[in-house]
Design a protein around this ligand. Structure first.
Ligand code: UDP
Length: 407
């Protein structure tokens, strides 16, 4: 099959890296990057690091408001789809690029395949929820990562074309975790972070020095630091920024335990706009590479995040995780964590209690060492399952979707 796949953001580049070898072993892929994330830290670096093919078409569409961005992506995608005449269009996840790719397929009458179909937060104020619901209802193949995703689709009347395949990101994490399980990996990471974040103080205790202070080295010990990522729209208004910063401040134990915060550029803008002071011990970093992020998760005392990808990675690695959201689509990750993953939203008191339970500073180093020693993550087999399912003809369109093509 000739498959036109559409990516645009960091998590989509990571998912594409997980799928591409299996996809290209069976199919001809035309690879399109909308450019929704465009800088090196959020996009460019992943090509080299993860061995992704260079895009056949780079649309260069980033920035702008949501509707404007989706409109420009669709306008740019239509001629590419016409020229390439693919048999299917493959989209990943829940971003504007996902929605634009699905709409381009629907407009051209080309069947759409959706990777990570069926996830629901049941909160349509989230742009991601709208993107994924629409993409699912336009798709012929719906690659569902979890049983809950299959059930969500069934509840919306979508049964045909649903293929439970497991989690594609687990395939990649299983491949890479072997390279980062030795805690010695933290040495070079600490050295490169020292260069990235001037003002880091030396020592594993690692309170951050005044912003004006010189960078003089930085050490990380297993279980001696916390990793945090925050990027969702719901966490970008000033009240939310103040809320999660106070949770990070408590996790930093008065500055004695570094909280590493690789900041998404959109969140960085939100923090600056809110004029929110960065608490002692919270170390603001640029976005990091995939291997570095996985290594930092594996050896951390705990992970604090609103990211769907980071949340699942923490679950696979067995790292305690506080989810900084009101709800999560990844209910299996929480249910299967044996209590080590907790959805705390921005409830500071709850977050502090859970962190004291899951990552007490005196026990966290031994817990982290034991975790890294025992980690044995297996691939989910999702990449192979997706590539194999695309061998067949597209499932018949659902009756409810039929006949709408002329409108
Ligand atoms: N990630 C990364 N560098 C970072 C933060 C995250 O490589 O600085 C990776 C992370 O390990 C995971 C993916 O990016 O594989 C998650 O992407 P993101 O949090 O942007 O989106 P979401 O998963 O919430 O859709």
């Amino acid at each position: 099959m000739r498959i036109l796949s559409v990516v645009g953001t960091r998590p989509q580049l990571i998912k594409a890296a997980a799928l591409q070898p299996a996809l290209r072993a069976r199919h001809h892929e035309v690879f399109v990057d909308t450019g929704q994330h465009w800088d090196d830290a959020m996009a460019g670096s992943f090509f080299g690091e993860l061995g992704l093919a260079r895009p056949d078409h780079g649309l260069g569409i980033g920035g702008g408001g949501r509707a404007d961005q989706i409109g420009r992506m669709l306008t740019a995608l239509v001629p590419v789809v016409e020229a390439e005449a693919p048999d299917a269009i493959l989209v990943y996840g829940d971003t504007n690029s996902t929605l634009a790719g699905a709409l381009a397929g629907a407009a051209a009458g080309i069947p759409v395949a959706h990777v990570e179909a069926g996830l629901r937060s049941f909160d349509r104020s989230m742009p991601e929820e709208v993107n994924r619901v629409v993409a699912d209802h336009l798709s012929a193949w719906l690659f569902a990562p979890t049983p809950t995703a299959v059930a969500n689709l069934r509840a919306e009347g979508i049964v045909d074309g649903v293929v439970p395949v497991g989690d594609l990101m687990q395939d990649l994490a299983a491949r890479v975790v072997r390279e980062v399980r030795d805690p010695a990996v933290l040495g070079p990471i600490a050295r490169s972070l020292s260069a990235e974040a001037p003002g880091l103080a030396p020592g594993s205790g690692g309170a951050s020095a005044p912003a004006s202070g010189p960078a003089s080295g930085f050490a990380l010990v297993p279980g001696g630091y916390v990793l945090a990522t925050v990027h969702r729209a719901e966490n970008r208004d000033p009240a939310a920024v103040a809320g999660w910063l106070s949770i990070l401040a408590a996790a930093a134990l008065g500055g004695s335990r570094p909280v590493l915060l690789p900041l998404h550029p959109g969140t960085r803008e939100a923090v600056e706009a809110a004029h929110a002071p960065i608490p002692d011990g919270v170390v603001v970093l640029p976005p990091l590479g995939y291997r570095t992020t996985l290594a930092l998760q594996l050896h951390a005392a705990a992970v604090l995040t609103d990211s769907g990808g980071v949340q699942r990675e923490a679950a696979w690695l067995g790292t305690p995780c506080l989810v900084l959201r009101r709800a999560t689509e990844w209910v299996e990750a929480v249910a299967g964590s044996g209590g080590s993953m907790v959805v705390v939203g921005l409830d500071a008191a709850r977050a502090a209690d859970e962190l004291a339970r899951l990552a007490p500073p005196d026990a966290a180093p031994a817990l982290a060492a034991a975790r890294a020693g025992a980690v044995d993550l297996r691939p989910a087999g999702a990449a192979e399952a997706i590539a194999a399912a695309l061998d067949g003809p597209p499932p018949a369109p659902r009756a409810a979707d039929g006949g709408a093509g002329a409108r």
